[in-house]
Every structure is written in C-alpha cells, then in structure tokens.
Design a protein around this ligand. Sequence first.
Ligand SMILES: Cc1cc2nc3c(=O)[nH]c(=O)nc-3n(C[C@H](O)[C@H](O)[C@H](O)COP(=O)(O)OP(=O)(O)OC[C@H]3O[C@@H](n4cnc5c(N)ncnc54)[C@H](O)[C@@H]3O)c2cc1C
Length: 420
Amino acid sequence: MGYAMERVKSRRAIIVGGSLGGLFAANLLRKIGWEVHVFESAGKELASRGAGIATHQELLTVVNGLGITIDESIGIRVGSKLCYDSAGNMVHQVPADRIMSAWSRFYRPMRELIPDTHYRFAMPATGFKQDADGVTVFFQNGEEMSANLLIAADGLRSTIRQQLMPYVQPHYAGYVAWRGQVDEKELPEALHRELFDYQTFCLPEGEMMITNPMPGANDDVRPGFRRYNFVWYHPVDGDRGLPDLCTDATGHCHGTSIAHALIRPDVIENIKDVAHRLLAPQIAKAFCLSPRFFFQPIFDLESPRLVEGRVVLLGDAAFVVRPHVGMGVAKAALDAQCLADALVFHKNDWVRALGQYEQARLTFGQRAVARGRWLGAHLEAQNKPRSMRTKEELHQYPEVVAREVGKQIKEIPELAELVQ
Ligand SMILES: Cc1cc2nc3c(=O)[nH]c(=O)nc-3n(C[C@H](O)[C@H](O)[C@H](O)COP(=O)(O)OP(=O)(O)OC[C@H]3O[C@@H](n4cnc5c(N)ncnc54)[C@H](O)[C@@H]3O)c2cc1C
C-alpha cells in the first residue's frame, strides 16, 4: 500500500537521490524538525565511490554545523601547486592552502546520521504529481509516498527535472576526465618524493592533467596509507570518439558513460600510450601505475528555474558545474543550507521559502557554470579548427590555470559576494 494513504505530516520532505546533495538536504532539514525520507536508486551503500575531492571552507562549515567533526583527518593539506611541462620540467610553482579529501569522507558520516528506515536503496523514482494538498512521488517498484516538499537531488540526469523541464539537457563539453588512483606505497620513492605532497598540473596543448594526494582506503590519512589521485581532462569528440569509448568488448554502446569494468582493454592501452606521449614523464609514469582507470564525460547544465510548486531542484540536478571549479559538492551543501535557512526564516511557509531559495541559488549556479566554461574553454576548443579559436581558447597559461582552477569560493569575487 505504501505511504500514500497516510495523513501527510505538515513538515515531511521526500528527497530523491541519496548522494551528497541528498544527504546535505536530509540532514539540514532534519535538524530544523522536518521528517525526511531519502530514496536512492543505487542498490547499496555509495561509500565505495572512491573519488577525491577538493574542499572549500564553506563546505566544511556546513558539515561542521551537522555536528560532524572537522579535523586533520578530513583530508590531506596541500601547500603548493606545481606545473610541469611535457618534458618534465617544473615551469611554475605557487603556494596553495587546500585540503584534498575524499567523497566517501563526507558520505559516510552524513549517511550514518539518517536512520535506515528513512534512507532506502534500490528505490528509483519514476515521477511525481502535485496539487494544493501535497506532492506524491512514484517509484519503480510500484510504491508511492506523499509529502509537503519534494527535493530533487538526483544529479545530472535527474528524473524529476526531466518531468518538470524536459527541454533542459546536459551539454557535453567535448572532453572527458580520465581518472586513476595509486596507493602511495606503490609509488616508487623518487616519484613519491617529487609529486606526492603537491597538487600538480601538466598542460600540454589541449590537455589538463591534475594530480593530488587524497585519503586511502576507509578514508585513511596516515602516511603510508594514502593515495595519489589523477584527473586528466582529455578532448574526445562527441560524435564518434565518445560512443567508441563507451562501447564494450561485445560491441554494445552504453551511451555517454560506461562502467569501469566494461572499458575495453584497447581503450586503456591507448590512453596509457597517449599519457606517455603527451604528459610529463614522471606524471605519466605515476598515472600508468593506477590499477584501475575510468573516465567521466564532462557536462554542464543550467536549469532556468529551481522551483515548481512544491518541487525543488538541488545540487547537480539544478546546475552542473565543470569540475575545474572544484565546487560541485560545496555548491550542493550551500544549496541545502540555503533551503534550510529559508524554511526557518519564513517559519516553514514553504511558498516564500522556496522563492527565496530559487532567487539566491539561481544566481550562484549561473555564475559557477559560467566560471567552469571559462576554465574549460581551451579544452572544449580542441574540437574546433585552430583558425576558429579565440586567443583564450588557443593558449592555456600555467600561471593562470594554477591560480584559477579549484580556487576557494571566497577568492572568486562573483561567487564570494553571494555567500556572505
Ligand atoms: C571528474 C570530476 C571531478 C570532480 N571533482 C570535484 C571536486 O574536487 N570537488 C567538488 O566539490 N565536486 C567535484 N565534482 C562534482 C561533484 O562530484 C558533484 O557536483 C556532486 O557529486 C553532486 O552531488 P549530487 O548529490 O547533487 O549529485 P550526484 O552525486 O550525481 O547524485 C545523484 C544521486 O541520485 C541518484 N539518482 C539518480 N536518479 C535517481 C532516481 N530516479 N531515483 C532515485 N535516485 C536517483 C543517483 O544514483 C545518485 O546517487 C567533480 C565531478 C567530476 C565529474
């Protein structure tokens, strides 16, 4: 029978998507007294998503506000950014003060705060309907649930957004991020000494490789148990190159992404060859030590509205910012904080609260997306003839990239003024 027949409590929210955006919203709304139910389509705990993430002070502040301890164990502090050329010479160095953490380091403690009865796996939402009395969400297994608010935190391909605004589609940026990680114990001593403590950049024309230390298995930050993380933005045309990368050994094309275990061996061999041809030798060597490689096509997405009645878009369901800004998780945290603050400010008058949320987060999202496009312009332009590229698209200056990529929110004037 599901929950539809129950009387809807006056402050019940359904959250579709149980990744970081959904968990920020769930925890912050619970904190202000809402009954929250999270529905995640994946069949099991997501903590094994091993991605490294750069942090922002604003993100740590939101997490701290949930009572989660923020100390040195949150990640690894990086004190310098180094740029290498293709020959392996260090061509630029700037100070940095950045904590490199792991996706799971945020997921685990926030997930632990939600009782299992209120966080359900293997529950893909298929759609919703709303009227003056509430909103009802439908799930693939036939269940349904009603609430006062529906928060769509279901990411880039949001089912909820597609029902609301089918015309809003992700834009493929023309490049993918190849990713790899190496346990620090597996790095030869000389490579460890040269690279491990730094965020490094290698910028051959049309490429952007970024490396950094990150926590190891179970978010371990003890020396000897950490990992080295690689994110390599590499142009791949969307018409033929991307479908080919996403085609498995049986000839089946999986669309615009493919599970790492299904990537063809020839694709992996090829990217290792390209690494040795294009990247600084020490960085290519370290990258090729990764026991497993995968890639993520880079998209961006802008929603023209974030609210429709009782439905709210949040995190990547609302805006997808290219990862050069290093801010997707922080943006999701700030979205959720803004929503919770607006509900408190308007004493749970959700119409006014959602209006305030939309106004604030639309501007932030638009500016963040624009910044991501600016930082990725050089990479995106690789799919155009050289003669058609602007000056900005032709050159990628190490000092600009090292300064601007992953900058703290408070150092980006157009965003800083929105998070006072
Ligand atoms: C290469 C790369 C590097 C990045 N680096 C950084 C970084 O350093 N720092 C940073 O802050 N950000 C980074 N990001 C961005 C960051 O990963 C995202 O912005 C962030 O994960 C968004 O979280 P989310 O919860 O909104 O969406 P997602 O993490 O995409 O989660 C959406 C969830 O919804 C679930 N779902 C989808 N459809 C349904 C449905 N119908 N029903 C139920 N559940 C559903 C999915 O299974 C998923 O768990 C990076 C991204 C990329 C691609």
